[in-house]
Ligand binder design. Structure first.
Ligand SMILES: NC(=O)c1ccc[n+]([C@@H]2O[C@H](COP(=O)([O-])OP(=O)(O)OC[C@H]3O[C@@H](n4cnc5c(N)ncnc54)[C@H](OP(=O)(O)O)[C@@H]3O)[C@@H](O)[C@H]2O)c1
Length: 289
């Protein structure tokens, strides 16, 4: 089994639960972190942390020594701009040959499903170009890979929709999304590491029920255990207007546009067959928040 994992992005919203689940399942994780003190507070003590930055070759070489698998939980941050250095572009470009030279046998990369909206209805966003380029680089590099394409994570309801007592929605959500809990996704990652050998695999990750954003937020509100919540709806024009001034709002506007308009189909049959079926619903997720 591929037991020793080099992890980049362990402090991320989705890095934390996946690293914890891998650790609980008996994998040995070493994570590269930029701020070791802050990272120590976020991840279990048994996860080995080494200080460093994905920008530095030397740090990557230290991370990769003696590891079997590299798990990537990277993102394009809301504050990044097109001309910046991007962890999912220049970072991946730098790490691939170093991982191969160090004897890493598999790259596991958390990608996204909604990026497939790129090019539909004239939608074009540089962030999705980066994410699509990352997939292409990994697939063409020549190391065995597992790429996961998840639908919307339930964790975003807490991290992005919820602001204090309010749940913020924008625009009309035309299509249903198969919301997935990080805990269910982590189980699939663990199973993949146990069963895969040298083959290349791509998995669509979708949860047990499909809801549009409005339905998901209402279901979360109904079942949230932490007190009363209120739903607020902002017109998309307002978000776009602020987007022309503020980079973060611009990012939010594009994410919302893509999520509201991407006609997500159920495509996770094979993932469920090979890696197990997710069970956590938004109701269950909310009741434990
Ligand atoms: N949200 C969803 O519903 C959803 C759905 C499908 C797919 N996804 C995908 O999931 C991925 C991960 O999301 P997330 O929310 O977990 O991302 P995140 O919270 O932004 O985490 C990014 C991680 O990368 C680390 N990092 C960034 N630059 C680095 C550098 N130069 N050196 C070392 N580490 C660096 C960050 O560390 P620091 O703590 O040092 O910043 C952080 O741990 C994204 O690509 C997203 O597209 C998300």
């Amino acid at each position: 089994m591929n037991k020793k994992i080099a992890f980049i992005g362990v402090t991320g919203m989705l890095g934390k639960p996946v690293a914890k689940a891998l650790h609980d399942a008996g994998f040995l994780i070493t994570a590269l972190v930029r701020d070791i003190e802050s990272a120590r507070k976020k991840v279990p003590a048994a996860i080995h942390l080494i200080p460093g930055d994905l920008k530095n070759e030397g740090d990557l070489k230290r991370l990769f020594v003696g590891k079997d698998v590299l798990y990537l939980n990277l993102s394009v941050k809301q504050t990044e701009k097109p001309g910046h250095w991007h962890s999912e572009l220049e970072g991946i470009q730098l790490l691939l040959p170093l991982a191969k030279a160090a004897g890493i046998r598999r790259i596991v990369y958390l990608s996204s499903l909604v990026q497939n909206y790129q090019g539909t209805d004239g939608f074009n966003w540089w962030v999705f170009d980066i994410k699509l380029a990352a997939v292409k680089m990994i697939k063409e590099f020549g190391l065995p890979y597992t790429i996961f394409y998840p639908s919307t994570f339930m964790e975003t309801i807490l991290a992005q929709y919820k602001m204090g007592r309010f749940l913020l929605l924008s625009g009309e959500s035309k299509h249903k999304q198969y919301f997935i809990a990080a805990q269910d996704y982590a189980k699939q990652v663990i199973k993949s590491l146990k069963v895969l050998n040298k083959e290349n695999k791509e998995y669509v990750v979708q949860g047990p029920e499909a809801l549009n954003s409005d339905e998901a937020i209402a279901e979360f509100k109904r079942n949230y255990s932490g007190g009363r919540l209120f739903i607020l709806k902002a017109p998309p024009e307002l978000v776009r207007f602020y987007g022309s001034f503020a980079q973060k709002m611009d990012y939010g506007y594009h994410v919302i546009q893509a999520l509201n308009n991407y006609p997500e189909k159920f495509e996770a049959d094979n993932t469920w067959k090979e890696l197990g079926q997710p069970t956590i619903t938004i109701k269950e997720f909310a009741s434990k928040c």
